[in-house]
Design a protein around this ligand. Structure first.
Ligand code: AMP
Ligand code: GLY
Length: 424
């Protein structure tokens, strides 16, 4: 079987790496891929957002399955387009991807389906948005309705800041993505990422993980795409996963189906969990990055049958992937200046030595080959993933590998895993 992975980040490298190990897979191609993915199969220089280019590629290469990593092409209809070409696609239609692509849509659907989440209002005009703040307590949570590369959420401590942010957002701070905004109750608790696989008929739990969204140690500084992750997440134990399936995933999928938005692919539920139970922070229509790197490290089985079943049906008959063994962690190595303005072009050495640490895999993200050297070409550049018999040991292995990487402009958080480790 030949597989095409769409995307070129750490998430896609990890998916390609895992799929390449399947006895049924002869090649994992990617578009655009990255230098790490080029070790696994051919990379085609087609952007993940170039739907026409990807369609043309699929018509020439005829992959048996296309796995779409990022949300952009899903929201733009890549899955619809390729399904019209009779190609099995892992990922939802544009109508179903709206669950991530419009926060207002997701909130309204959750309200209709009785899914636990923060109270909210949705606005396109500043005055009613500001008046709504009367009904909220600080801190105020403001969210651009559309896709904003993980930057569209602003948490304001004061009313004054919130009013200023409402004006900024509605006058185009995030372009069309913030022509509408959601104002939401601030939730407290512990955040976790939960992934369920869905084939349009049924859904099965896949795995849980915890991300580190802030750029700085101790969860400080601006939000990023994610600076590190670990799995399993102690808070998402079996009984909590079962609750999330019953209280969130099932009613959401049923409501989507009833509206003609049948959901296929992975449903990523961002959760806030406290004594009252789990509540939804957001839905994503794709795997998490860097959560996926961590989950693929732990998975001892071939995920291909499940991914194929999500694309073509029959998930119910597949047995649940249960052979997740040791814990795993991923440390993101980013370019200085990330997330605002990462420094590009620095030469990276030492990856062979880093990858030689026991239990470690390096997944590429923003890397490129220039003049025969590996250089930084993005914000999040490398993912150092490690597995071991305990999370503590996995973390030690990951940092041992990080310390073997020679790249002047790189930095990482040194406290990945702190929340789970501090539980003892
Ligand atoms: P999102 O892009 O919706 O995941 O939001 C980014 C981050 O903002 C989340 O991971 C949370 O840390 C935080 N956040 C979003 N919504 C809320 C909320 N209602 N209450 C508290 N924190 C939130
Ligand atoms: N790590 C969070 C995300 O993928 O959105």
């Amino acid at each position: 079987m030949r597989i095409l992975v769409v995307g070129g980040g750490g998430r896609e490298h990890a998916l390609a790496w895992k799929l390449a190990q399947s006895p049924r897979v002869s090649e994992v191609m990617s578009a655009p891929g990255n230098p790490g993915m080029s070790q696994l199969g051919r990379c085609f220089p087609i952007s993940a957002n170039d739907i026409d280019g990807l369609e043309a590629l699929v018509l020439t290469e005829r992959p048996h399955l296309v796995v779409v990593g990022p949300e952009g092409p899903l929201a733009a209809g890549i899955a619809d387009r390729l399904r019209e070409r009779d190609t099995p696609v892992f990922g939802p239609s544009a109508r179903a991807a709206k669950l991530e692509a419009s926060k207002g849509f997701a909130k309204a659907l959750m309200a209709r389906a009785g899914v636990p989440t923060a109270a909210y209002g949705s606005f396109t005009e500043p005055s009613p948005a500001k008046a709504f703040l009367d009904r909220m307590q600080p801190p105020y949570v403001l969210k651009a309705d559309g896709l904003a590369s993980g930057k569209g959420v602003v948490i304001c401590e004061t009313r004054q800041e919130a009013e200023a942010e409402i004006d900024l957002m509605l006058s185009g701070r995030f372009g069309a993505a913030s022509s509408s905004l959601v104002i939401e109750e601030f939730m407290t608790g512990e955040e976790a990422s939960f992934f369920a696989l869905c084939d349009g008929e049924s859904a099965v739990p896949f795995a849980g993980a915890q991300d580190h969204k802030r750029v700085g140690a101790g969860d400080t500084g601006p939000n990023t795409g994610g600076m590190g992750a670990y799995s399993p997440a102690p808070i998402l134990d079996e009984s909590m996963q079962a609750r999330v399936m019953t209280e969130v995933v099932s009613p959401t999928l049923a409501a989507m189906r009833a509206e003609g938005r049948t959901y296929r692919g992975v449903l990523f539920v961002g959760l806030m969990i406290n004594e009252q139970g789990p509540r939804v922070v957001e839905f994503n229509c794709r795997f998490g990055d860097p959560e996926t790197q961590t989950i693929m490290m732990r998975l001892k089985e071939d995920p291909l049958p499940q991914l194929l079943a999500c694309a073509a049906g029959g998930l119910h008959g597949c047995k649940r992937l249960e052979r997740f063994v040791d814990p795993a962690v991923t440390v993101v190595v980013a370019a200085k200046g990330y997330p605002a303005s990462p420094v590009e072009g620095g030469v990276i050495d030492g990856l062979d030595a880093a990858g030689a640490v026991k239990g470690v895999q390096i997944f590429h993200a923003g890397t490129a080959i220039r003049g025969g050297r590996l250089v930084a070409a993005g914000g999040r550049v490398l993912n150092v993933s490690a597995t071991a018999s305990s999370l503590e040991k996995a973390v030690a292995r990951a940092y041992e590998a990080v310390d073997r990487i020679r790249w002047e402009d790189g930095f990482c958080r040194r406290d990945i895993g702190w929340r789970a480790l501090s539980r003892g």
